[in-house]
Design a protein around this ligand. Sequence first.
Ligand SMILES: Cc1cc2nc3c(=O)[nH]c(=O)nc-3n(C[C@H](O)[C@H](O)[C@H](O)COP(=O)(O)OP(=O)(O)OC[C@H]3O[C@@H](n4cnc5c(N)ncnc54)[C@H](O)[C@@H]3O)c2cc1C
Ligand code: SF4
Length: 321
Amino acid sequence: MKSFAYATALSTDSARQLVADHGAYLAGGNDLLGLLKDYLISGPNILVNVKSLPGLNQIERGDKSWTIGALVTVAELERDPDIAKVFPGLHEAAMEIASPQIRNVATVGGNLAQHSRCWYFRQRDVSCLKKGGNLCYAREGDNRYHSLFSGNDCISPVVSSLGTTLAALDATAIVLRDGKETRLSMAELYRKAWTEPTAHHSLNPGDLILRVEIPTARTASAYLQVSDKHTFDWALVSCAAAANIAGGKLNQPRVALGSISPVPHQVEAANAFLDGKTLDDDIVSQAADLILKDARPLAHNAYKVPMAHALVRRTLLKLKS
Ligand SMILES: Cc1cc2nc3c(=O)[nH]c(=O)nc-3n(C[C@H](O)[C@H](O)[C@H](O)COP(=O)(O)OP(=O)(O)OC[C@H]3O[C@@H](n4cnc5c(N)ncnc54)[C@H](O)[C@@H]3O)c2cc1C
Ligand code: SF4
């Protein structure tokens, strides 16, 4: 492993100064240390441990919104009984992540900022587009885990289950950028990965996720995923849905899918179609048609289209329970 300095930051300002242009924030380390050990990233010259930053490990429960600090662990989301009641979809997503050991240390901020799982990207000797090379090996190679949608030549999908669920919940990430707090929707947090092959998300070097804010307006939420393995695995396809349900009708519904696009996949036409509807088999099927209308399967990932269709239907119907 390339040598690096190590420092623990005690304030967000010092974290930003220490990380400067060539450092990296270290939270649970699940992703970052793997990238370093496998020589997949060319820096950083300093790892700045952010786990001692004050206040970022709190969950604050308000009437209109909750804030979840970037250092809250996935296990804390999973175990909090109020999260299970107020945001059941978030609780379900947390329960599906990796294994109990990983969830105990994996943080919300690190989960949102994790890097691609594309198996070509994860090979140290392969220099694909994402690493600044000139070829996407997955396009003509084994693309069974890749995207059905992309705005650029890289087809590596977003794999953050929390990012997908927070997109359906209309959450905002509060990011310390250039000394100021900047608010990014989940669409904005990942937008750069849609257009730029080298991007995993829209964070600039030195941007620090402080917390996420989730409105409580949507009283129902649900999350489902399908994986090769029952546990300790990323999703082949994941789906989150959220809405307020009054008199059996959906209000402000949102559906987001993970692992099929470089960003949480959301289709405004489907959300608009669902607004005011009562959930039944026909309605959820029409919504799934809209969501997947423009899918562009590759040689080995066409199975994701019917899988995503079924997940959208099941996740939406789960909102009723
Ligand atoms: C076998 C396995 C299965 C998995 N399955 C899933 C799954 O199904 N769904 C899923 O979502 N994840 C899954 N994961 C990924 C895991 O959840 C992430 O690796 C973990 O959440 C990363 O969090 P961390 O705190 O360890 O991040 P770190 O490894 O510390 O950091 C990850 C990245 O985020 C940056 N970072 C960390 N904190 C911040 C911050 N506050 N602001 C800005 N940047 C920051 C770091 O610099 C680094 O680039 C799986 C992992 C494994 C090993
Ligand atoms: S999908 Fe992206 S990460 Fe994977 S080989 Fe292609 S360019 Fe690289």
